[in-house]
Design a protein around this ligand. Structure first.
Ligand code: NAD
Ligand code: IPM
Ligand code: MN
Length: 357
């Protein structure tokens, strides 16, 4: 029997409700392939601030380093919103990404046939097909540049430096080109090279890697235009590669055109098989503890874990197929509900997925 050790970090808000579902689904999916996951539950985020006075206890990071993968729900909430930057729950996430060197964030946005009506876009646009992979750089850019405050009173200035080295850009570019080779061989690099120096270096680095992938059709797009093109004609995109902040923003936008942010999974990776898997959405404090959250993004993040970290492609397919079947049967959580469908809570959606697995 094959065994893996995975750290589960439920976090805050809807995190615990959806990770519970995710873990149940993963356990059932791997069982069939004579595999067992040994889960180690750890605290990070707001709950860790309450218990230990810090968002990312050293013990949590240590446990992650000793494991094969990390399965995270979400962190953050109103309760901790007035804390200073390095004491906030979100710092846990940033600390995990940086501490584990997870420079590459894959965020696939694909429209499920069954959910066409949940998309805010017209059917005529959705019908052309939405299948986008956002490759977001995750350990650099404005998130990790020098930051601080200076001056006082009306002259108080807050600043966050956005910078990228060519090395950092080339590292993420390679992943994006490789991904494009396995997909439709189209890569859009998104930046703001008409204004930002950091983006001009970004573009130069991309152009230096491009000759290694002559089959990939590369184009460059400014981020403002990209935001607009995503709703105007999303079918033009295959793989998008972009920096940390633009990737954060564009992946939320890409999620909603496929129907709901509650559907989008992500993998945060480095060069080996280790990864952290989490939905792209947050802790949704507005619906926490009400059995309303859509657990599908979490469940699909589990499928990504099986695929990328454990090479269990069949088990991952099984999970994705089960989700498809559940949607075909008409089962919906509130965020993807439309008239005539069956409305389910978080727990019940989990049970439905388990049933079809
Ligand atoms: P959010 O993604 O938590 O919520 C945005 C909206 O989407 C809300 O209306 C919410 O109810 C809805 N939503 C999100 N996930 C859903 C799901 N699974 N099912 C149904 N509806 C869902 O973003 P926000 O409100 O801007 O942030 C809330 C908190 O989460 C903040 O503290 C933020 O910093 C944090 N956050 C954490 C992560 C993470 O842990 N990865 C990601 C984003 C935001
Ligand atoms: C995400 C989140 C995080 C980010 C926050 C909570 C730090 O929005 O994972 O998309 O900005 O990366
Ligand atoms: Mn985000």
């Amino acid at each position: 029997k094959k065994e893996y050790r995975v750290v589960a970090i439920p976090g805050d808000g809807i995190g615990p409700e959806i990770t519970k579902v995710g873990i149940e689904v993963i356990n059932k999916a791997v069982e069939k392939y004579d595999t067992k996951i040994n889960w180690v539950e750890m605290d990070a985020g707001g709950c860790a601030i309450d218990k230990f006075g810090e968002p990312l206890p050293a013990k949590t990071l240590e446990e992650c380093k000793k494991s094969d993968a990390v399965f995270l729900g979400a962190v953050g909430g109103w309760k901790w919103d007035t804390l200073p930057g390095n004491k906030r729950p979100e710092k846990a996430l940033l600390g995990l990404r940086q501490g584990l060197d997870l420079f590459c964030n894959l965020r696939p946005a694909k429209v499920f046939e069954e959910l066409k009506d949940a998309s805010p876009l017209k059917n005529s646009i959705v019908d052309k097909g939405i299948d986008i992979l956002v490759v977001r750089e995750l350990t650099g850019g404005i998130y990790f540049g020098e930051k601080g405050r200076k001056g006082e009173g009306e002259d108080l200035v807050g600043y966050d430096v956005m910078q990228y080295s060519k090395k950092e850009v080339k590292r993420i570019a390679k992943v994006a080109f490789e991904a494009a080779m396995k997909r439709n061989k189209k890569l859009t690099s998104v930046e703001k090279a008409n204004v930002l120096e950091v983006s001009r270096v970004w573009r130069e680095a991309i152009l230096e890697i491009a000759p290694e992938y002559p089959e990939v059709e590369l184009n460059h797009m400014y981020v403002d235009n990209a935001a607009m093109q995503l709703v105007r004609a999303p079918e033009q995109f295959d793989v998008i590669v972009t920096g940390n902040m633009f990737g954060d923003i564009l992946s939320d936008e890409a999620s909603i055109i496929t129907g709901s942010i509650g559907m989008l999974a992500s993998a945060s990776l480095r060069d080996d098989n280790f990864g952290m898997y989490e939905p792209i959405h947050g802790s949704a404090p507005d619906i926490a503890n009400q059995n309303k959250a859509n657990p599908i993004a979490q469940v699909l993040s589990g499928a990504m874990m099986l695929r990328y970290s454990f090479g269990m492609n069949e088990a991952a397919d099984d999970i994705e197929n089960a989700v498809n079947k559940v949607l075909k049967e008409g089962f919906r959580t509130g965020d993807i509900y439309s008239e005539g469908k069956v409305s389910l809570g978080t727990k019940e959606m989990g049970e439905a997925i388990l049933k079809y697995l």
